[in-house]
Design a binder for this molecule. Structure first.
Ligand SMILES: NC(=O)c1ccc[n+]([C@@H]2O[C@H](COP(=O)([O-])OP(=O)(O)OC[C@H]3O[C@@H](n4cnc5c(N)ncnc54)[C@H](O)[C@@H]3O)[C@@H](O)[C@H]2O)c1
Length: 339
């Protein structure tokens, strides 16, 4: 198996999870790192034994002979970096949120399509082991036809300590976590046709909304409530777990905090533990996220080798992004909007 040579752009808070993850993927080697902050790039290179260090993404793409690039920067740099990678015809992974505007996401998808390279958004929530378990049960028909669902991400963990830039975001909860949970709703229940959203700003330190409640009507007729809060105090704090309840014609599936998956049917119930392993390099409570990073990276390597489209391709993630923007539109107008 030929080794896939990868390059990383962005060596900040979340990049350590990607770099640790890549080290677990057989047949992938990260050969170059880039950060416009040289100290961060050098520290990552030292820690992960990466030979080449750049502060300029263009120079890395021109020189490093990459089979793919993994962009782990915040959203304003996504479009210029993805377009740059497309000009160099290097298959690209881009972190979420994909873009700040639909036009930017469309331009990135078009640029990669024109260059003939795959583009995947690192939308990792649907790759979390407990959520994959929910998906499998649904596919087996465990609840019959899904009618109603709740997908919920609520906590009061101090996310601002590691990601201080979030305090300044005018569009906070929906762009940061809403894109993840809306994507899970699409993945489990199909596309939405109508959306209603109300937002709240609870913590006075934040510039944007830190809670949102969204109602979706799905094309198949199911309804879902997708809710999130960064200011929901619970003991023990469930961060970063997603709680899911899906009611169907034959039963109900519940992914409860504590990683219990429960299936109730008329003749009784069963419960499974779906807690993911803690990677050797990982730690609680982040292990569910860290495990999902490895899962999506493995998927990318398989797609790259087989020439298949990643599940969370740029074109797919554009639909999640449109949902997020429609959520803001609904909240501003105070009524439901079509998707
Ligand atoms: N999928 C997940 O579970 C998850 C979790 C946390 C963060 N994220 C996302 O990851 C992204 C990065 O977040 P973070 O917390 O690591 O941010 P960060 O600010 O800590 O790190 C980003 C790094 O990118 C570098 N950078 C920015 N533009 C650059 C450019 N043009 N060229 C080279 N380097 C550049 C910065 O210098 C910085 O070191 C965000 O979009 C965030 O939403 C995803």
């Amino acid at each position: 198996m030929a080794v896939l040579r990868g390059g990383v752009i962005g060596c900040g808070f979340f990049a350590a999870n990607h770099l640790n993850g890549w080290a677990e993927i057989e047949g992938v080697e990260i050969v170059a790192v880039c950060d416009r902050d040289r100290g961060r790039a050098e520290a990552a290179a030292r820690r992960f034994g990466i030979p080449a260090v750049y502060t300029d993404a263009e120079a890395m793409l021109a020189e490093a002979k990459l089979d793919f690039v993994d962009i782990i920067t915040t959203v304003p740099s996504h479009r210029p970096l993805v377009e740059l990678a497309a000009r160099h015809r290097v298959p690209t992974i881009c972190q979420k949120p994909f873009a700040e505007r639909v036009e930017d996401a469309e331009a990135m998808v078009a640029a990669c399509r024109a260059a003939g390279i795959p583009l995947m958004v690192h939308e990792n929530f649907r790759w979390q082991s407990p959520i994959l378990a929910v998906r499998r049960k649904l596919a087996e028909g465990a609840v019959g036809r899904p009618c109603w669902a709740r997908i919920s991400f609520r906590h009061a963990y101090d996310i601002y300590a590691g990601q201080p830039y979030l305090l300044e975001e005018k569009r906070l909860a929906i762009m940061d976590i809403g894109v993840h949970v809306l994507d899970v709703a699409r993945d489990l229940l199909g596309e939405a046709t109508r959306i209603y959203c109300a937002t709240q700003r609870i913590d006075p330190r934040v510039a944007g909304e830190d809670a949102a409640t969204v109602t979706l009507t799905h094309a198949g007729g199911a309804l879902s409530v997708v809710d999130m809060s960064f200011a929901a105090i619970t003991d023990p704090d469930p961060f970063p777990q997603t709680a899911i309840r899906i009611e169907g014609t034959e039963g109900t599936l519940e992914l409860e905090t504590g990683y219990r998956l429960k299936l109730s049917r008329r003749d009784g119930s069963r419960t499974w533990s779906v807690e993911p392993p803690v990677p050797s390099w990982g730690e609680r409570p982040w292990h569910v996220i860290q495990d999902s990073v490895v899962n999506i990276q493995r998927h990318w390597a398989e797609c790259l080798r087989s020439g298949t489209e990643p599940a969370t391709s740029g074109a797919d993630n554009l639909k999640t992004l449109v949902l997020a923007f429609r959520a803001y539109e609904s909240a501003e107008r105070g009524h439901a909007v079509a998707v």
